[in-house]
Design a protein around this ligand. Structure first.
Ligand SMILES: [Zn+2]
Ligand SMILES: [Zn+2]
Ligand SMILES: [Zn+2]
Ligand SMILES: [Zn+2]
Length: 164
């Protein structure tokens, strides 16, 4: 199971023309195009890695050949993986459509304007990526002013008290 990427980008898209997707690419368990497909070594059938884990936990057999304890290996056939990567998806955050599924992770991580991001200057601001640029301008002006105020206060507090 892919535990490296805790952020699950698959939650942020839907398929474009889902009814036109080749049935060969659909998983019998989740009824969607495969995510990280795996093959049963015994019968050669394919299912998603995550579906295999959920199914196997309950049934302890392969859903196709019913072989108990059968091993599964990741599908590495480029033809299949390329077909999956080329499927068109729509981002549910910004509504941009016809993004290749293989590029979606990059879309949501680096370019989606509606993805929530945090201020890169770490001021605690959170908002849509499209607002970040504007925010940074204000944020930097503000921190500049604060920096100035801090210096000014410091000078005021340490000024020798001559009046007393
Ligand atoms: Zn599945
Ligand atoms: Zn099998
Ligand atoms: Zn988007
Ligand atoms: Zn900021």
């Amino acid at each position: 199971m892919n535990t490296k990427n805790k952020f699950n980008s698959t939650l942020y898209y839907t398929y474009v023309n889902e009814d036109q997707i080749d049935v060969e690419l659909l998983c019998i368990i989740c009824n969607e195009p495969y995510q990280s497909p795996v093959n049963c070594l015994h019968c050669g059938q394919t299912l998603c890695e995550r579906c295999y884990y959920t199914w196997e936990k309950q049934h302890l057999t392969c859903p196709f050949c019913r072989q108990a304890g059968s091993r599964y290996v990741s599908v590495i056939t480029r033809v299949v993986l390329n077909q999956l990567n080329r499927l068109n998806v729509q981002c549910i955050l910004c509504q941009q459509t016809n993004i290749k599924r293989g590029n979606f992770f990059d879309h949501i991580t680096y370019s989606c304007p509606k993805q929530i991001v945090i201020c890169t200057d770490k001021c605690g601001w959170k908002g849509h990526r499209e607002k970040l640029e504007n925010h940074l301008i204000k944020c930097r002006q503000k921190s500049h002013r604060f920096g100035f105020l801090r210096k000014w206060n410091f000078a005021a507090c340490t000024r020798p008290t001559t009046s007393s």
